[in-house]
Design a protein around this ligand. Structure first.
Ligand code: PHE
Length: 459
């Protein structure tokens, strides 16, 4: 074994790894993506494809990634290189995806941090939509630059980057694991309180009805199944090389299979909790406006930066609700952000044999500058949209497809299964192979249909 392998940083305990893996998984996607995806794809009935996707694709692929990282002990480029030299580019593909995501993930976290502050002042006034798009995001437009708005964008963005860099400089155990061990429990407590407050709002049950009323007919729609798989991949942060990187820091004897189950179910539980909180609040918003929930249900930027401020304006305990909601976004997101940048730092460290501090600075500072230039000076929204689509299709789906294809083609799958079985509390066997094969087919289908959609929309 080379010197470099022996010196690799480690998570001190299994719990440290679990916190870090959950920290990566639980992010913006859980809070602002899942609720709407579930609502839009059959409501209560969505639980069927969602659970099937979790059990047959999410957890098996999670284990595949753990096994690659743990057996070959490296960030994605190094781990794949150790499988076969010519596989190294697949690892760099992962690294590139992470470079792209963190550039905009940081920006959204910065916005969420500003909005945590705005919750106190209700800075968005009576028209949160106009405030977000016109005042807040257009702050550096050629005409009408409002310097008041430059700082609320730049400062938090710089803060997010500096914090991420500081955590990564501290290292795998003291930085990555410890920060997740602090932020994740805090997040759960804050979010539980926010859900409790949301449930007391008038109209909350209307929102829950909208979310959970099952539309079983949707189960025959292939789009619903694709949405379930897409949500699981994104939400578990799989196919990004993050889990490869994290598991390369696990001690030799680690229960990979058991850990995968814990992480998978913890992430999904949080997602369902987020669905309850978000839809209770949307139910209130609908009732207050005399509308149907379907007219106000939304996700992403519109949910966080338009719908929630509207709710906060009108709700009893609105400030508290806003504070908890936006701080939850920041807490959930920052640990995901750390995991994304960690892949890049680890890859640079492995490739050029750099120490942690120089590698983190070499990666973090240029990216902080790019992130600020891209999104601090223009609205960045169109760029964000394109990047997001690109990441979802080619970052996740294509990478997952290549993982399975190339691990099978190089006859690495049986080695990985043997590796998991040698150290885990339960064994993977035929069922795992079957799930991986089925997932491969689904990924192939998604790759084709998503690419066609993208082409249709753009040309
Ligand atoms: N899983 C994270 C979420 O739910 C998103 C994420 C994707 C994080 C990729 C890291 C890498 O928001």
């Amino acid at each position: 074994m080379s010197e470099q392998q022996e010196q690799r940083a480690t998570f001190s305990t299994r719990k440290a790894f679990i916190f870090a893996a959950i920290g990566s998984a639980v992010g913006l996607g859980n809070i602002w993506r899942f609720p709407y995806i579930a609502y839009d794809n059959g409501g209560g009935a969505f639980i069927v494809p969602y659970l099937i996707a979790l059990l047959t694709a999410g957890i098996p692929l999670l284990l595949l990634e753990y096994a690659i990282g743990h057996r070959y002990r490296g960030s994605p480029p190094l781990a794949f290189r150790r499988v076969r030299k010519w596989l190294e580019p697949l690892g760099w593909w992962n690294v590139m995806t992470n470079v792209i995501i963190c550039i905009y993930y940081a920006v959204i976290l910065g916005w969420a941090a500003s909005y945590t502050w705005f919750s106190f002042t209700a800075a968005w006034g009576t028209d949160p939509q106009a405030f977000f798009y016109n005042d807040y995001l257009h702050m550096a437009k050629d005409t009408g630059v409002s310097l008041d708005m430059v700082w609320p964008v730049f400062l938090p963005l710089a803060g997010v980057w500096l914090f991420t860099i500081a955590i990564l400089v501290l290292g795998v155990q003291k930085g990555v694991a410890r920060s997740s061990a602090v932020f994740m429990p805090l997040l759960v407590i804050m979010f539980l309180i926010m859900v409790a407050v949301a449930l007391t709002l008038p109209g909350a049950t209307k929102g829950l009805d909208a979310l959970f009323t099952p539309d079983w007919s949707k189960l025959s729609d292939s789009g619903v199944w694709i949405a379930a798989y897409g949500q699981i991949f994104f939400s578990l942060s799989i196919c990004f090389g993050i889990m490869i990187t994290y598991s390369s820091y696990l001690k030799k004897k680690s229960d990979l299979a058991g850990t995968g189950l814990v992480v998978g179910f913890a992430n999904s539980s949080f997602e369902v909790l987020a669905g309850i909180g978000v839809f209770a609040a949307l139910g209130f918003m609908a009732q207050a406006a005399g509308k149907e929930v379907s007219e106000v249900a939304t996700s992403g930027l519109g949910l966080a930066f338009v719908a929630f401020p509207t709710i906060i304006n009108q709700a009893p305990f609105g400030t508290l609700l806003g504070l908890l909601f936006f701080a939850s976004l920041v807490f959930a997101g920052i640990t995901s952000m750390i995991s994304i940048v960690e892949v890049i730092v680890a890859a640079v460290q492995d490739k050029w044999r750099l120490g942690r501090i120089p590698a983190t600075l070499a990666v973090g500072i240029p990216m902080m500058v790019v992130s600020s230039l891209l999104f601090g000076t223009t609205t960045g929204l169109p760029v964000l949209d394109v990047l997001d689509k690109f990441v979802n299709i080619y970052g996740i789906v294509a990478a997952g497809f290549c993982y399975v294809l190339l691990m099978a083609a190089t006859k690495t799958l049986p080695k990985l299964a043997g590796h998991i079985n040698g150290i885990s509390s339960f064994k993977v066997g035929t069922l795992w192979y079957t799930c991986i094969t089925a997932t491969f087919c689904i990924l192939a289908y998604m790759l084709v249909s998503d690419s066609m959609n993208l082409l249709e929309k753009n040309y």
